[in-house]
Each structure stands twice: as C-alpha cells, then as structure tokens.
Design a binder for this molecule. Sequence first.
Ligand code: FAD
Ligand code: NAD
Length: 418
Amino acid sequence: MADLFDVIVIGGGPGGYVAAIRCAQLGLSTACIDEQKDSEGNPSLGGTCLNVGCIPSKALLDSSEQYHRLQHQFGAHGISADNVSIDVSKMQARKHEIVKNLTSGIGVLFKANQITAIHGFGRLMADKHVAVLDPETGKLKQTISARNIILAPGSIPVELPGIPFDDEFVVDSTGALAFDKVPQRLGVIGAGVIGLELGSVWSRLGSKVVLLEAMDKFLATVDHQISREAARQFKKQGLDIRLGAMVKKVTSSPNGLEISYEQKRKQHKLEVDRVVVAVGRKPATDGLLAADCGVGTDARGFIEVDERCLTSEDGIWAIGDAVRGPMLAHKSSEEGVAVAERIAGGVGHVDFNTVPWVIYTSPEIAWVGKTENECKEAGIPIKTGSFPFAATGRAKAMEDTVGMVKMVAHAETDRRSA
Ligand code: FAD
Ligand code: NAD
C-alpha cells in the first residue's frame, strides 16, 4: 500500500515549501516532493526563487550596484578609490553562498517540522495518488497518497520559436545569472522585469546592453508617470531600450551573434556577444497531471482553480506561478498559507489588491494597489499626489535623489485606490 499522508505538496518553491511548513505547523502529516538540483547536482529546495530567481538576482543586483556607486557616486562624498575592479568569479561565489545558505535552511526547517522531503518528479495520478519519478530517467521510485494534495510546480522561462536556448550564448534568466565574465555587448529580448533587472546588473558591470521590447509602450502595467520617469533614468544609465522591436532571428556572425529585428517596418541588425531571452514565464505543468487524475489546465498550461485555489477535484489544490495571478514569490507563499489553513479547517484568503510589486532596478519601482491609469479605466474617481526625492532631505543626504513617491487615493473617501 502507498504511504498515506494528510498532505502531499508537489514543488518546493516559495509556494510549496511555505504551504508544507504551515500544514505541518497545523498538525498535518506532510510530504513535499521537489525535483530541483543545485549547480553541483544535489537536491536543492526553495524552487526558482531561491535557486535561480529572486535571491541570486538580488545578490548580483546588490554587488553590481555597490560597484557602480563606488565608480560614479562616491566622488560626491569626497571618497575616491584607484584601480576599482570587479572580480566576477568572487561575485558569483558570494551569490552561490547566499543561495546555498538559504536553500539548505529550508531543509533544516523541514526537519524541524517533521516534513518528509522527497527528491523526485511528482505526477498526480487518479484517486489522490502521486507517483514519484526519477527526474533523470523517468523511472518510478515510489507511489504515495494523501487526503489533500497541493500542486505548486511553479514556472519556467518561455523560449522563442526559432531561438532555442543553448545555455552559453543564447540564455534564459538562469544563464544570465551565471555569466563568468562581463559580456562586452549584451542583447536582451524583452524589457520586462527580468530584462531590466539582469540588464541593469551587466550594464553596471560594463556591458553595453540593448533591450529589444516587442510592445510600443514601456512597462505597460506600471503607472504611466512612473514608467516614463523610469525610462528616462534607465536611458541616462546607459540602457538602450528599443520599443516596438520584433525579433526575427538570432544567428552566429564572425564577431559573435547577430540579432535581426523589425522596428517601425524597417529591418535592423544588432551584433552582440550574448543574448538573454526574457519574454515571460509559463507554468511548469508538463507531465505533472496524469490523464485520469481529474485536474486540467487551460490552453496556456495554467492549472484551473477557483478563488480558494481549489481545482475541479475535491482535496486537490494548486498555488503559485502555475495558477492565475501575478508570478511573485510572496503571492505563491500567501496562497500556500491560505490553502494550508483551509485544509486544517480554518479560513484562508488572499487579497490580490494588496500584493506588492517591486522591480529592483535603480531606482527601484515599487507599487501596491491600482495605478492611476487602472483607476481611470475602471471609472474610479481619484486624486493623485507626487513628491520628488530631489526635494527630500534624507534623499539629498544619501546623494540618491532620483525618483518620486506617488499616492493615488479615492477622490471622495481618501482611501487607497485598490
Ligand atoms: P517555483 O519557485 O518555480 O517552485 C516550483 C518548484 O517545483 C521548483 O523547485 C521546481 O523544480 C519544482 N517542480 C516543478 N514541477 C515539479 C514536479 N512535477 N515534481 C517535483 N517538483 C517539481 N518574485 C518576487 O516576488 N520577487 C523577486 O524579486 C523575484 N525575482 C525573480 C528573479 C528571477 C530571475 C526569476 C526567474 C523569478 C523571480 N521572481 C521574483 C519570481 C519568483 O521566483 C516566482 O514567482 C516564485 O518562485 C514562484 O514560486 P512557486 O513556488 O510557485 O514556484
Ligand atoms: P515580463 O512579463 O515581466 O516581461 C516580458 C517582456 O517581454 C514584456 O515586456 C513583453 O512585452 C516582452 N516580450 C514578449 N515577447 C517578446 C518578443 N517576442 N520580443 C520582444 N519582447 C517580447 O516577464 P519576465 O521579465 O520574463 O519575468 C517573468 C515573471 O517573473 C514576471 O512576470 C514576474 O512576475 C517574475 N519576476 C518578478 C521579479 C520581481 O518581483 N522583482 C523579478 C523577476 C521576475
């Protein structure tokens, strides 16, 4: 007979590991299946976020920002340094240590909460059984079952047709986090969150970065006043953002790689040394659901759930990047906690109006609630106010006066716009 748990979680990212810990804290016997490995080939909990997402990107953003400030901002404080240089392998080693420390911490938390961690690929079968397969060979390792199952498989990068990743020259975000030297010329396809964060990292370290964005509008989901100001600042920083650029192909050229793209009906070519493709992520649901498991996906591969994160099968839940809503670590975790509470008989709720966003460029772009444009489109009467950091004493003292704070409130009640 298959081992029986109260809860099985498939996926050990910020959705899955947080759900597993909360279930265990609520007294439920819990197993968590995850297939992620670190760069040395060892099982590594924490999902995309800890291994190849939020944490390593923020480590590199910080290193590159320190380097940039030392070169360009410290002078105003009267601080100078000769022969400033960057040791990329040391910077990468620091990133690696931070990741290792945090991912191994999840293992410690699992032990402390008596969660059964299983390394393997989980497949949901009929009757709340889960097959655990060897991630390399696909061979069945064991079958377990539970009263409740939480699917938290996360997401993977979208590959552009005809522009396959080769893990060296044409890479996804994982590749762009692992460059062992600063590429002289870097092409980034997609000027979204990842393109801007990782483009900023390598630009600050010396790359000539060109971002090719298909949309005519820059950062369309961000408040328009803020995205206009951000575009101005990024240009000043040397990021070359080309909007309305439709990439056709990437070929090798005698001097590196050639990106062919169309902009305003004209054909262009761009020579670069490396290409980062950052055009969005898609749910990691391939092979997750057996044909007779009763749970389905929509046309784009997202697992279908209701507002409680319940699938069409009683007792089978899905959370995080693999379901509707923003692909953010804290959103996944919130859903994980809410589902755990519900399984334990309590109340769980995620208020999507209060999920914050942060793009970790310099300056950072952070917001919560509806933007001015969203309110206008929804016909909500609003009043707005903004204040530039350039007029703020603290910002002046920090020599960090770029940007502003903006408030959007309901015109009659003064409540926040959400
Ligand atoms: P994941 O973190 O993707 O975890 C899913 C886990 O399940 C993975 O370990 C995967 O290997 C495993 N898995 C998948 N299928 C199976 C299976 N069938 N069996 C077993 N295991 C399986 N978000 C933020 O909020 N802030 C940030 O600063 C931020 N920065 C990011 C930077 C980058 C470069 C990237 C790529 C993403 C970033 N994100 C950030 C997004 C964030 O990483 C995701 O929203 C978050 O990781 C989603 O959590 P999750 O648990 O749903 O999925
Ligand atoms: P994104 O949706 O933020 O940006 C993708 C960009 O690529 C968009 O601007 C889109 O118009 C553009 N694009 C799409 N197809 C294109 C094409 N063929 N040619 C040129 N441009 C094209 O996606 P992302 O940057 O890949 O990030 C994926 C997700 O990861 C984000 O939505 C976000 O939820 C999450 N993430 C969050 C953070 C954070 O919270 N700080 C950081 C990184 C990633």
